[in-house]
Design a binder for this molecule. Structure first.
Ligand SMILES: O=C(O)CCC(=O)C(=O)O
Ligand SMILES: [Fe+2]
Length: 769
């Protein structure tokens, strides 16, 4: 099969070598560095035991960063640390030697032409026998931090190797008795310090920052070849690998990078290793192909079929799926949230991948290559839009979950990765390409065009949203409403404003809703709101928490904005939602559950009454009037949840409630010998017999020989109605006997209800008179 444009592009990019490694080492004579530590004085090399002990005494146990926290856990990191402000580095030739070393590291790590490194001391570390630091990544404390430099000071020791994961293979670096051993590695490389077996190991760590002049590196003639692949990609219709459906011409192309980045570190000038060269070349090529580009962070999930356990070879980074960050807090929670020091080894590295079942890639954040326009987005990518040199499975996942045997799939393993990407699209399709990512930028662009008087152009752009304008995130809600109001086209405005959920609507949106009502009418606006209430037309969402939190302030603000009819419409919608909850709750047979469900409706109904117009309030009061005795279980919670001065409707409800409560509170208590329970079942003969036993005031127990199906029915009826009845089966004879016994709960419960009714009645009289 001929190669696709994407595959040829990946081929061109794979030839762009970082011509560099991920880590590099060089040695300097111990004598070039004169070192002094506050409270210890000058440090003599090689460092001997007595001085190492002084240094330990001057330090404190080192922590490691996880999220925003710095943790101390000696099973992860066990070493002594001295803060950099207590360490001075000198010696006549130290700075010159360090500068020369950094220049050499820059070349060996393959940093772009014209850039240079500078080093900032991060800490001094002292390891005694048995001390170590488990595999981890260093947190990138500054956007410019691309690498770490470790300087191992001369001392006699064994163990304490610094092991760096260099593109999948381990590089092991040892300290020396007489020399300074300098090791530099990209900051996203996992590394560890193995336990010291004898003697003392002392090291200095530095953050290496990348400095660059303005202007981009030279990319050479390859850019033209890459540009023609990009053009071809955007001109060739994609075909689904499953069933061959025509997917149309791709709207974008995402090239996945090899290193990991934080939001702060993802900038064209700060890329690591081969990424820097490839992105420079791609930027050049994209320009030549008439494309716009952005840098993005991608989340990838892969589901693999893995070989059964007996095939397991332990591959990869010696099973270390968990990771830690050293030092102080890390810049970005999200970036490292997934590293789980508790990750069980058996979850991860030990499984041998067989075949990929499914892969999902989506972009969650992006930024312009010029550093502008950073925003959170939500953009799933199809395989036909993605291209890479390094396959994802050869990268270390940040989380792994072994599913075990999944029936049709054998053993499956889920792996999650974070990668960065450069995304591009044809310049003339920029609006759609960015809008599809759920970009608030796209909405702002439309508003700017409308403000500039380009209403026609803005409408054409807005129309292009239609195929993918669904299920949008909260960030886009307000801007979309603003655009909708400005379009002056009712159908298009509906399309732009439709794909949201009612739960997002708060008092802040009242002015926008009022503007929509002014532009397109109250009816149109209420239809839109109705659409938000049932985005998928089938399942209506439970509105209770929205009613409790947002309805009243929203309605009040709508009135202030002159949109009273919209407010009234929202209150009607809220009432419809409460009413359907009410109808479901009141028909519940189990009195305990019915009371609970009705009680839960108290607050939503109170807020609805407060938001309701006089007319709706009257209708609600009227609806509640004829409800049976159970109404009290709703009315009391409603009245107790009210906060505004009572309206006529509220007073009518209070009256209704008072009448019912006075009846309940005035009832005589059950006499001690009255065991009658009023109940009706499903109407079958068994239920009738049960009802007969229940209603008899003197019958306390009942023995009932009954075959299995009948017993089951009776058990179910008793449980569903929450009857105060013990019901057990005596497994003797044929058929078995159902033994029923009324319990004291009958008296206790009624007594409790009576006292509650009396307390509620007193409260009501005091509050409403
Ligand atoms: O002590 C060392 O060699 C390195 C320690 C380290 O990895 C760190 O501090 O992050
Ligand atoms: Fe480290």
């Amino acid at each position: 099969m001929p190669k696709t444009a994407r595959e040829r592009l990946a081929q061109i990019l794979s030839d762009v070598e970082a011509d560099g490694a991920d880590s590099a080492m060089l040695r300097l004579p111990g004598s070039v560095l004169a070192l002094e530590v506050d409270g210890v004085g000058p440090v003599q090399v090689p460092i001997r035991a007595a001085q190492a002990k002084q240094l330990m005494a001057a330090g404190r146990p080192a922590g490691y960063g996880r999220g925003a926290q710095t943790l101390n856990d000696t099973s992860v990191r066990d070493t002594w640390e001295i803060a950099p402000d207590r360490v001075s580095l000198g010696g006549p030739s130290w700075q010159a030697c360090l500068d020369a070393a950094l220049e050499q590291f820059g070349e060996e790590l393959g940093l772009p032409e014209g850039t240079w490194l500078t080093a900032g001391l991060h800490s001094m570390l002292v390891y005694g026998k048995g001390q170590f630091f488990l595999p981890h990544q260093d947190s990138e404390k500054h956007a410019e931090m691309v690498a770490t430099l470790v300087v191992m000071l001369p001392s006699v020791h064994t163990g304490g190797e610094l092991v760096v994961d260099d593109a999948g293979s381990e590089q092991v670096y040892l300290g020396s008795r007489d020399d300074l051993v300098l090791v530099a590695f990209y900051a996203d490389r996992r590394h560890e310090v193995r336990p010291v077996r004898s003697g003392y190991r002392v090291s200095l760590t530095f953050n290496l920052l990348l400095n660059r002049p303005d202007g981009t590196p030279e990319t050479g003639g390859r850019a033209a070849g890459a540009a023609s692949c990009i053009k071809e990609h955007f001109e060739t219709r994609a075909v689904s690998p499953y069933g061959g459906a025509d997917l149309g011409v791709p709207l974008r192309l995402a090239f996945l990078l090899d290193h990991e980045y934080t939001e702060g570190g993802l900038a064209a000038g700060l890329l690591k290793g081969a990424d820097a060269h490839r992105v420079a070349l791609l930027q050049d090529a994209a320009r030549q192909a008439g494309c716009e580009s952005m840098l993005a962070l991608a989340e990838i999930k892969e589901t693999w079929d893995v070989l059964p356990d007996e095939y397991n070879g332990r591959g990869g980074w010696y099973g270390a799926e968990g990771g830690y960050y050293d030092g102080e807090e890390a810049p970005d929670d999200d970036f490292e949230g997934g590293f789980d020091p508790d990750a069980d080894d058996s979850e991860g590295g030990a499984h041998q991948l067989n075949s990929l079942i499914e892969g999902e890639i989506s972009l969650g954040w992006w930024i312009g290559t010029d550093g502008s326009g950073a925003e959170t987005i939500q953009l799933p990518l199809g395989d036909y839009e993605v291209c890479m040199v390094t396959p994802t499975e050869s990268i270390t996942p940040y989380e792994t979950e072994f599913e075990g045997y999944m029936g049709n799939y054998g053993n499956t393993l889920d792996r999650w990765y974070r990668r960065a990407a450069m995304v591009m699209w044809p310049r003339e399709k920029a609006f759609a390409a960015r809008a599809e990512a759920g970009s608030a930028w796209a909405m702002q662009t439309l508003l700017d065009r409308i403000d500039a008087g380009e209403l026609e152009g803005a409408r054409a752009d807005a129309a292009s949203l239609k195929p993918f304008w669904t299920n949008l995130a909260v960030d886009v809600f307000a801007p979309a409403l603003q655009v909708a109001a400005a379009l002056e086209d009712a159908a298009m405005a509906h399309m732009v404003a439709a794909p949201f959920r009612l739960q997002l609507l708060t008092a802040d949106h009242a002015p926008l809703l009022a503007a929509l009502a002014k532009a397109y009418g109250d009816q149109w606006t209420l239809e839109l709101v109705g659409h938000w209430h049932s985005p998928n037309r089938s399942a209506r969402l439970d509105l209770s928490s929205w009613i409790v939190e947002s309805l009243l302030p929203l309605c009040q603000k709508l009135h202030q904005c002159g949109a009273g009819p919209v407010s009234d419409g929202l209150a009607v919608l809220a009432w419809e939602s409460v009413r359907s909850g009410l109808e479901a709750a009141i028909s519940h047979k189990h009195p305990g559950r019915r009371r609970e469900y009705l009680g839960d409706l108290g607050e939503p109904l109170a807020r609805t009454l407060e938001a309701a117009s006089g007319e709706l309030g009257a209708a609600i009061a009227e609806f509640l009037q004829p409800l049976g005795g159970a109404a009290v279980e709703l009315l009391v919670p409603v009245l107790r949840a009210l906060r505004l001065p009572p309206t006529p409707a509220v007073l009518a409800i209070a009256n209704n409630c008072r009448e019912r409560l006075s009846l309940l509170a005035g009832q005589p208590a059950r006499t001690a010998d009255d065991w009658s329970i009023a109940w009706t079942g499903c109407g079958c003969g068994l239920c009738d017999r049960l009802a007969g036993f229940l209603s008899a005031p003197t019958e306390h127990t009942h023995e009932w020989p009954l075959a299995t199906p009948g017993r089951q029915h009776v058990h179910q009826q008793i449980d569903a109605s929450g009857l105060p009845l013990r019901h057990a089966t005596r497994r003797k004879g044929r058929p078995y006997t159902l033994v029923l016994e009324k319990t004291d709960e009958l008296f206790r419960h009624e007594d409790e209800m009576l006292r509650k009714a009396q307390a509620d009645f007193a409260w009501l009289m005091e509050t409403f008179g």
